[in-house]
Design a protein around this ligand. Structure first.
Ligand code: GLC
Length: 374
């Protein structure tokens, strides 16, 4: 990963908190196949159950979008205090959530309302003053015979990844980068099977259309090429990491919508995890998995709105903060900094707090506000 603080990284570093949206044809499956719950990540079900494309595509009928309102997504992200939105333009199943001219396997052609979900979202998100970003699965594509992954419809020996890379992958990326306005980040994922040169080529390809568009660490296997690194899903580092990192994470167990998944984290738990990341100088990319009719699950709305209340009051200790200068954590809470200001996030009420190791005189110490309590 490049460690230099580039201008194009500034918005990302200042943001600290973003919204991931996993929405695709997989949402319409609700995690069930042949009437049975298929345990595991919903968006991986096609692969897990080896569902032929000819059958899987029928889920498109159930992606009704009748209650999809992009402004609600944008205003929820804003209310939550999130500064950017990363939307699954195409996940591993290969189904594009926008009006792709290069592949008819997309939401506009195959779902009845013929709505360009990505365009509606991009417009609403930018209107709300947030950055629009796309997730794009660049190696796995279970609809394409040449991409990695689908060995139940297509023969492994006949796959030529280069054909997919130069074909659907690059053509769709070009569509997304030339027809959808300013895109601030392409969130690549699961590069397994690609060579380093192919990953480098893809990064350069993105920058050719939008030089300031960032590229996620998962563009290559060892995260040495992207503009910043992504931890494993729901993973939190035990110490500070060199360079710039984020943690992509779920509110419950899965990314795509599963009605039976009620394992929601509480706003308190999530704020602690956010604070954990702030103290390491990292971003938190928190996911929502919309329902097939486009509604955002009510639990997600409530949890994120609650988080946003705390963040609104404590925004000074969120946006633009950097990692703690300390090499260790205290049991009472976490620390971040902005130039010569330290932000202390206390996990419990304390009468007295000692902060050893400071070499200059403390000019002042104050509570951001009483309302800042979780
Ligand atoms: C994983 C999964 C995927 C999910 C992603 C989010 O790599 O393959 O389903 O989109 O993580 O971080």
């Amino acid at each position: 990963m490049e460690d230099s603080m580039k201008d194009s990284m500034k918005w990302w570093l200042d943001s600290r908190f973003g919204m991931f949206i996993h929405f695709g044809i997989f949402a319409a499956s609700e995690g069930k196949w042949k009437g049975q719950e298929s345990p595991g990540l919903v968006e991986w079900m096609q692969c897990r159950e080896q569902i032929p494309v000819a059958q899987y595509r029928k889920f498109a009928e159930k992606l009704t979008l009748e209650n999809f309102r992009a402004e609600e997504y944008a205003s929820l992200a804003k209310a939550a205090g999130m500064k950017y939105v990363v939307f699954t333009a195409k996940h591993h199943d290969g189904f594009a959530m926008y009006d792709s001219k290069c592949s008819d396997y997309n939401v506009v052609k195959m779902c009845l309302p013929h709505r360009d979900v990505a365009r509606e979202l991009a417009d609403a998100v930018r209107k709300a003053g947030l950055k629009m970003c796309f997730y794009y699965s660049q190696a796995l594509d279970w609809e394409d015979p040449d991409a990695f992954g689908n060995t139940w419809d297509f023969q492994e020996e006949q796959k030529v990844y280069r054909r997919f890379l130069d074909g659907k992958c690059k053509t769709q990326l070009k569509e997304l980068l030339t027809e959808y306005g300013e895109i601030s980040l392409i969130w690549f994922d699961m590069p397994k099977g690609m060579t380093v040169d192919e990953s480098l080529e893809l990064k350069a390809y993105v920058k050719q259309f939008q030089p300031d568009c960032l590229v996620s660490g998962r563009v290559n296997m060892n995260q040495t090429i992207g503009d910043y690194g992504s931890m494993g899903d729901n993973e939190f580092p035990s110490g500070k990491l060199p360079g710039h990192w984020e943690t992509p994470a779920t509110l419950n167990n899965t990314w795509g919508y599963r009605p039976s998944d009620h394992n929601w984290k509480t706003p308190e738990e999530l704020l602690r995890l956010l604070i954990e990341l702030l103290s390491k100088g990292m971003n938190y990319l928190l996911n929502i998995g919309p329902m097939p009719d486009g509604r955002i699950p009510q639990e997600s709305v409530e949890i994120l709105t609650e988080m946003g209340r705390w963040i609104a009051v404590n925004k000074e200790a969120v946006y633009g903060t950097q990692a703690t200068p300390y090499e260790f954590d205290y049991p009472w809470g976490r620390i971040s900094r902005k130039e010569n200001v330290l932000y202390l996030y206390l996990f419990e009420h304390m009468e007295k707090l000692e902060l050893p190791g400071l070499e200059n005189r403390v000019k002042s110490a104050s509570l951001l506000t009483e309302a800042g309590r979780i």
